[in-house]
Design a protein around this ligand. Sequence first.
Ligand code: SF4
Length: 237
Amino acid sequence: MTRTAHHPIPWNDTTLQALNRRFCDAPPEALLAWAAAEFGDRAALTCSFGGAAGMVLLDMIARQRLPIAVLFLDTDLLFPETYALAAEVERRYGLPVIRQRPALSLEAQARQHGPELYARDPDRCCALRKVAPLAEALRPYQAWISGIRREQTAQRAATEPVAWNAKYGLLKLSPLATWSARQVWAYLHTHAVPYNPLLDRGYPSLGCVPCTHPAHPDDPRAGRWSGFAKTECGIHT
Ligand code: SF4
């Protein structure tokens, strides 16, 4: 892994505000290019291969031939279509997808925490199968790029393109923070980007099989964790 950046850089309120002024109305490609110039291969995109926005960013990174790593959190509980898309992306773009799996197999988790933890305590299950693996996956990186958008949930409404993420100790970049769902889909169709076919079959958002159900397309996070007051797995909170 090479270092292209001249770090440490003091990420304080002043520098972050300046970056957000610069990138708030800029095309997402501009923030991705800045991340690549600043961090080189110490920047990583997390892509779920479930949502549409991650595919936009992945395509932009591939098109610009940026050295940004692509991380895939594999909970062992994803849809077959999700695994198939990750494999298709590797073939089509020639991009290595770095797969991060939980420390506990499903069997070990069932032995330690009981079967079907997701049905009893989804926060605990997400902590084990998503949050802890993400922390492990991000350890080598200085910048984390994700496809979250302001309009997705109330919790994401204040998302800035550039923010310090104290939880993981790195800069978090959200190049699509201000994009609408319409912009995301327009990009995918214009550039013929592959996406998860379940998004065309009544799933507005995709995660693990036990916690994802078809839902009304007007609510981008509906259909996740039905029966619980939960809209986030914890990696973005
Ligand atoms: Fe567990 Fe459901 Fe969270 Fe997946 S989305 S880690 S199955 S609680």
